[in-house]
Ligand binder design. Structure first.
Ligand SMILES: [Mg+2]
Length: 302
């Protein structure tokens, strides 16, 4: 790098007060047209590479829960307008490399997560499905089950499902279709969920089924003890080479604390569990996918 170029670089990085970095004044360091038009040296190229995606993009990705965040956990219709906004954002992010890409971390079955992944225009980063059981890779259309899940684990889930069917179906519970290594229980009266949890936990303990019992707004989730959003996130981050210092997150219930613990900046929607609100850097005033879009496009850019 010539002395004149070095001087020009310094001028570019620290323009005088009141002068925009892209104003013609930045070339006032005395370089001729030829010098300005000269191709960058290999050292300059290396520096450009190093800075690419740096100051202009504080976050590389936002990892986002689905239920209660992008879509309602209930059967309400999706807000297609807001989802379209996220898809437009993701297309621009993937095309330019200058914006964070939104990907998903959900307890929903893989087909549901794949559908939402495609709706939000994420063609790049893997999504977590079934609370860490699956990673779905939109770039190749592959789905991988956590390799630590054994045939014995699957057998335990089947036996537990049979117990649920025998004991809880007569009381109005049903199993959410589509899960493969976990069980989600639904009841049309959400008030029935919490009282049933101790009985379920006791049955799993007695039978030796290695399942953890937790709940969201409208479901009881029974997940393998060693599988969670936390294990899914560690798998996603490692497989994609993401840097946690450059990650943002968004979630609304207890299981999303795993997202908060692995990202630099965490936000939540207006309806959230207390434990989630306590760790959030930002609580959005907007509803559902509009909150996600606002954080993605405005809050993370501030
Ligand atoms: Mg949720």
């Amino acid at each position: 790098m010539t002395e004149k170029r070095a001087k020009n670089r310094q001028t570019n990085r620290a323009p005088p007060a009141g002068v925009r970095a892209d104003s013609p004044d930045q070339t006032a360091g005395g370089l001729s047209d030829d010098e300005i038009a000269a191709p960058p040296t290999s050292a300059e190229l290396a520096e450009i590479e190093r800075l690419a995606g740096g100051p202009s993009r504080r976050f590389d990705a936002m990892i986002c829960d689905i239920d209660g965040c992008i879509v309602p956990e209930s059967a309400e219709p999706f807000d297609i307008g807001a989802i379209r906004g996220i898809a437009d954002h993701n297309r621009a992010a993937i095309k330019t490399g200058e914006l964070p890409v939104l990907t998903l971390c959900s307890g929903r079955p893989q087909p549901f997560v794949e559908a939402v992944c495609r709706l939000v225009g994420n063609t790049l980063l893997p999504c977590i499905a079934e609370n860490g059981v699956w990673l779905y890779f939109p770039s190749t259309n592959e789905y991988q089950r956590d390799p630590t899940i054994t045939r014995d684990h699957i057998q335990a889930v089947r036996e537990a499902s049979d117990w649920v069917e025998a004991e809880l179906f007569p009381r109005g519970f049903s199993i959410q279709p589509g899960k493969t290594a976990s069980i989600s229980l639904f009841h049309p009266d959400p008030g029935q969920l919490a009282p049933a949890m101790p009985e379920i936990q006791e049955a799993f303990r007695k039978e030796g089924w290695p399942l953890r019992v937790s709940r969201t707004w409208y479901y009881i989730n029974c997940d393998l003890d060693h599988i969670s959003k936390a294990t899914g996130l560690d798998w996603l981050i490692a497989s994609s080479g993401l840097n946690p210092d450059r990650l943002a997150g968004f979630g609304d219930t207890e299981s999303d604390l795993a997202i908060a613990q692995r990202v630099k900046y965490f936000a939540c929607p207006p309806r959230h569990e207390d434990s989630v609100g306590r760790v959030a850097h930002h609580i959005s005033p907007y509803w559902q996918a509009w909150a996600v879009l606002d954080v993605l496009e405005r809050v993370l850019a501030e």
